[in-house]
Ligand binder design. Structure first.
Ligand code: PEP
Length: 251
């Protein structure tokens, strides 16, 4: 039985003061929720403050990205040991990073390996564009992203990661995949490919979140699906009431 996991991706929103206020609000509203693993992923400048605000609570902190080298001349990047000081999780390969910042399956794979080597838990994003969806290419495309992401990663390490299936056309648009479609794609393009790469036990151990316009009113429908183990939430994670309702709907 996989424990539900709901993570909030705050994207490029919130100053340190605003992020601290949001984290403090969530710490209160989600206190005592133990049936769901919870994480919030603030912008890098707020990681320290949010991690201090959430200290000793049931809400973990994640970074939104990191580089794969441990240190050096990589202006503007943050390294795994720096993330490890402040966070438990790191989002890797979000579609916005693939679309706007040149992230590829190869860089995603390097970052996953770096996260695992430094004891940071990756949340790996995959998902197809509207064009690929309409052309019936979703299963092949997402399956290819899975093969790229897991290249050279052992079954023992693979079993510890989280995947977020996020159809790009559903992110920030108010559109969602139907729960049934998302469930079928996760089965065919993700778990069946993981069985091919590893084995049944590894494929069944990995938690797969759905992401793309998850809101308080639709979370229950997604979590009811056999293959969906939680959500990666963008816009609705910026409001205490909405994120709290989503987490509670995932219990
Ligand atoms: C996301 O940022 O990963 C996301 C799913 O955003 P939203 O919930 O706003 O669609």
């Amino acid at each position: 039985m996989r424990k539900p996991f709901v993570a909030g991706n705050w994207k490029m929103n919130k100053t340190v003061a605003e992020a601290t206020e949001l984290a403090t609000g969530l710490k209160g509203s989600l206190a005592g929720v133990t049936e769901v693993d919870i994480a919030v992923c603030p912008v890098a400048t707020a990681l320290g403050a949010v991690s201090a605000a959430l200290c000793c609570s049931n809400i973990a902190v994640g970074a939104q990205n990191m580089y794969w080298e441990a240190s050096g001349a990589f202006t503007g990047e943050i390294a795994p040991p720096m993330v490890k000081e402040l966070a438990t999780y790191v989002i890797i390969g979000h579609s916005e990073r693939r679309q706007f910042f040149g992230e590829t399956d190869e860089t995603v794979n390097k970052k996953i390996k770096a996260a695992l080597a430094h004891g940071i838990k990756p949340i790996i994003c995959i998902g197809e564009s509207l064009e690929q969806n309409q052309a019936g290419e979703t299963v092949d495309f997402v399956g290819g992203q899975i093969k790229g992401a897991f290249a050279g990663i052992s079954a023992a390490d693979a079993a510890t990661v989280t995947l977020a299936y996020e159809p790009i056309w559903a992110i920030g648009t108010g559109l969602t995949a139907t729960p049934e479609d998302a469930n079928a794609i996760i089965r065919k393009a993700i778990r069946d490919v993981l069985v091919e790469l590893y084995d049944d036990a590894t494929a069944e151990a990995i938690r797969v979140q759905y992401g793309g316009s998850v809101k308080p009113h639709n979370m229950a429908d997604f979590i009811a699906m056999q293959e969906i183990d939680g959500a990666l939430v963008g816009g609705a994670s910026l409001k205490v009431d909405d994120f709290t309702a989503i987490v509670k709907a995932a219990t």
